[in-house]
Design a protein around this ligand. Structure first.
Ligand SMILES: Nc1ncnc2c1ncn2[C@@H]1O[C@H](COP(=O)(O)OP(=O)(O)OP(=O)(O)O)[C@@H](O)[C@H]1O
Ligand SMILES: [Mg+2]
Length: 496
């Protein structure tokens, strides 16, 4: 149920709005002025605030600014007297969703609230059901997860960018969600019913990119057996997402700049200019500032694209999002695999929060999926985390990490030591005979099998017959371990 805060010093109006909203199944709280409203949003989570402008203590505009500072996702609708429309316009500039003039019709108010909530849910979901989204990876159900302040700001920027037509440049390391942002901008704006077309500039060979972008006439070059429409024409009316824009050649940069300026282009081999109305969203993880300095990226094109920049910070810089993202993907994979893993153990979560996530959210998603395969209990334990998560600390990355971060090695060792309290050594000693059973000749296959069997028995002994722990500590994929146990007819229970 959506929660609404109604703010008005006029008790009669406050009461009638409350009644109308409760009738439509909203949960309603009231406040008498801006100051009370700000205090209320700090205390409770509201989806929406309906607020008067002229009030004692703190007026509606000031309160709006404070509320948005605290939580940009709250929708604010301003109620205003006819004479105060200028205030209402100011409020919209400050981030109010819309305003209604008094006297208020409850039908109009409810309709506006429903529209606002729908618009917000679209910012939160990138509508993976939309047809062109089949171009996407389908790797989540379209939800944007992020509770950190920096991500709340990004969501706020997305909702603003969605309304305008200016080019957008999305920057961020690999896996931070650049494509998801591009789709969110498109599917929340006026072009949402038009095409969202992607071109990965880094993936198309240099000699084909011009034809991909602008198309070609039949016979324009060797191999051009048919006329082909380019992405600019195909996406007409919609959005063209130029992924990895930092990878295009200087020659293509010039051509792209021209289309951005003139909204016209010429297909290869044609003598006819074609106009196209396409919104450009570009993305890259490249260091443009450095590329501009060394001449590999045109400054004019950069500024043309960078009118409205979006920067997605790496996951290690927004660790407060990690538990939310992990839970989100846990639910996602539970429903996809029909499983019921109920959570992540506190020890494993500590490792999640201190790991550097070089592959960002994509890596987190992959690791959780990996854990789903490895885990045999009903929660994700340290033992089912991939070994790469433990190796990171010993690499050169060590020095880049903040002192306050938890020591992964220490956690891992403490977990490993749990299994070691009996005094067993984690060093597996395996002796293998170098001869075949009849003692006459050397046989690699036999020696290898013997070694493998002996090694697995030793590893199971040390890890008290626990499969996940053995797989992790002896660095054998769990599936391989199970296959070998079956092959060599070992019974792990003997080592419990
Ligand atoms: N905020 C988020 N909430 C939930 N899932 C996310 C979020 N951001 C990204 N993802 C998921 O992470 C994966 C990577 O995202 P995306 O492909 O958009 O990253 P990218 O920045 O384009 O990466 P690359 O530079 O490697 O192309 C996708 O499966 C996407 O659904
Ligand atoms: Mg991408």
């Amino acid at each position: 149920m959506n929660k609404v805060l109604v703010v008005d010093d006029d008790k009669v109006l406050q009461g009638s709005v409350r009644q109308a909203l409760e009738y439509h199944h909203f949960l309603v709280d009231v406040a008498d002025n801006g100051k009370e409203a700000v205090a209320a949003v700090y205390k409770e989570k509201y989806d929406l605030v309906v607020m008067d402008v002229n009030m004692p203590e703190m007026d509606g505009i000031q309160a709006l600014v404070e509320i948005k500072k605290h939580d940009p996702s709250i929708i604010v609708i301003i109620l205003t007297a006819f004479s105060n429309v200028q205030d209402a316009v100011k409020a919209v500039k400050e981030g109010a969703y819309n305003y209604l003039e008094k006297p208020i019709s409850s039908d109009n108010l409810v309709a506006l609230i429903k529209r606002a909530l729908k618009a917000r849910s679209l910012v939160e979901t990138t509508a993976f059901s939309a047809p062109m989204l089949s171009l996407g990876d389908g790797q989540n159900d379209g939800k944007f997860v992020g509770e950190s302040n920096v991500m709340k700001k990004v969501f706020n920027i997305i909702s603003k960018l969605a309304k305008v037509n200016t080019p957008v440049l999305i920057r961020g390391e690999s896996g931070t969600g650049k494509e998801l942002v591009a789709k969110a901008i498109h599917f929340n704006g006026p072009r949402k019913d038009e095409k969202f077309v992607t071109l990965n500039c880094g993936a198309v060979p240099e000699n084909l990119i011009e034809s991909e972008l602008f198309g070609h006439e039949k016979g324009a070059f060797t191999g051009a057996s048919d006329r082909k429409i380019g992405k600019f024409q195909y996406a007409d009316g919609g959005t063209l997402f130029l992924d990895e824009i930092g990878d295009i050649s200087p020659a293509m940069q010039v051509k792209l700049l021209r289309v951005l300026q003139e909204k016209k282009f010429t297909p290869i081999g044609s003598n006819r200019e074609v106009s196209s109305d396409v919104r450009i969203i570009a993305a890259s993880h490249k260091p443009f500032e450095k590329m501009i300095k060394d001449g590999s990226f045109r400054e004019d094109l950069f500024y043309r694209l960078n009118v409205l920049p979006v920067y997605l910070p790496p996951l290690r810089e927004r660790t407060s999002d990690i538990p939310h993202l992990s839970n989100y993907y846990l639910n996602f994979f539970n429903s996809h695999h029909g499983l019921n893993i109920r959570g992540i153990s506190p020890e494993a979560m500590k490792i999640f929060e201190s790991y550097s996530w070089p592959g960002n959210i994509r890596e987190l998603r992959n690791i959780i999926e990996h854990c789903f395969i490895m885990e045999s209990s009903d929660q994700i334990e340290v033992s089912s985390l991939p070994s790469t998560m433990f190796k990171a600390k010993s690499s050169n990355e060590k020095d880049d990490r903040s002192e306050s971060l938890i020591d992964i090695e220490e956690i891992q060792n403490s977990v490993l030591n749990e299994s070691d309290k009996s005094g067993d050594s984690t060093k597996y000693q395996v002796t293998v005979s170098m001869k075949s059973p009849d003692g006459t000749k050397l046989d690699f296959q036999i020696a290898k099998d013997e070694f493998e069997k002996e090694f697995i028995i030793q590893a199971l002994k040390v890890n008290k017959g626990k499969i996940n722990q053995t797989a992790l500590n002896a660095n054998i994929p769990k599936k391989t371990l199970l296959r070998k146990i079956e092959k060599y007819e070992i019974n792990p229970k003997t080592y419990y």
